[in-house]
Write a new protein. Structure first.
Length: 261
């Protein structure tokens, strides 16, 4: 099992910029990813889906409504599902103006663009987003990652999902790519033991963490990186528990706290 770094005495917890530095720039855009790098994030977390013509594209929601101007550009295409649009159509959309006019003109990135942008500067935590709504997503991602071998390595790329069958499928296709289970509750007992055989890390909802979870998860050899942790009192609480990293919309502020700035 490819392993990510787990908690060790003296090792600083790692920061994962959630959808890029999405507290300060439009999520899942080049602007948000560049800001995450500038702010010193250790990793970028982002979401991958599949366009109608089989391109891997970076966007969180199953529809385009919240984070693009798709309703204006394609008024007759309700309900504006990502998977119903070709890459050329997706590229026509503004993915930044909804957040702030300063970011107007940001486009939905492709996975390849994000890999090129991040290369060598920061790790990538890539979420297989909604495989049920994106038929063919796992096969397409596996095929693409086979052409990007430079990314293989648990401290460079971890592929995560809430969807366990999809994650298993990816792991079966690419056993040397590190995978991570995203969940609400922290897995325990037999479930945790099973996961330790094939995932490198678990990403639970920080609100469901219990004091004993960090020892249990890291004792099983897994990293514990909860989502989405945005307030100093939550950062301190999670660090006291012993998490190995945190997914946050504010990586600069979290890094400041971790580094005592
Ligand atoms: O990585 C975990 C976290 O990103 C899951 O939540 O909805 O932001 O993708 P969501
Ligand atoms: Ca995500």
């Amino acid at each position: 099992v490819p392993r990510a770094r787990t908690a060790r005495p003296g090792r600083r917890a790692e920061t994962y910029a959630h959808r890029g530095s999405s507290g300060s720039a439009p999520e899942n855009t080049t602007a948000a990813f560049l800001l995450a790098i500038a702010e010193g994030a250790d990793h970028v977390e982002t979401d991958v889906q599949l366009s109608a013509d089989g391109e891997l594209v970076i966007i969180h929601d199953v529809t385009l409504v919240r984070t693009t101007d798709a309703r204006r550009v394609f008024p007759d295409r309700a309900p504006w599902r990502v998977h119903d649009f070709t890459l050329a159509e997706l590229r026509m959309l503004d993915a930044g103006g909804w957040y702030d006019g300063r970011f107007g003109g940001e486009r939905i990135p492709t996975l390849d663009e994000v890999l090129d942008l991040l290369d060598g500067q920061v790790g990538l935590n890539l979420e297989l987003k909604s495989p049920d709504a994106n038929p063919g997503l796992v096969a397409a991602l596996a095929a693409r990652l086979r052409t990007r071998r430079e990314w293989v390595g648990a401290n460079r790329l971890v592929v995560g999902s809430f969807d366990r069958p999809a994650l298993r499928d990816l792991h079966a296709r690419l056993p040397d790519v590190a995978v991570s289970l995203i969940s609400y509750e922290v897995p325990t007992g037999d479930e945790l033991a099973d996961l330790a055989g094939w995932v490198c890390s678990v990403n639970p909802d920080v609100r469901r963490l219990h004091p004993e979870d960090a020892d249990r998860v890291t004792g099983a050899g897994l990293a514990l990186v909860p989502w989405t942790v945005d307030a100093p009192r939550w950062w301190r609480w999670a660090l006291d528990l012993g998490v190995t990293g945190m997914i946050t919309n504010y990586p600069a502020a979290l890094a400041g706290l971790l580094d005592g700035r």
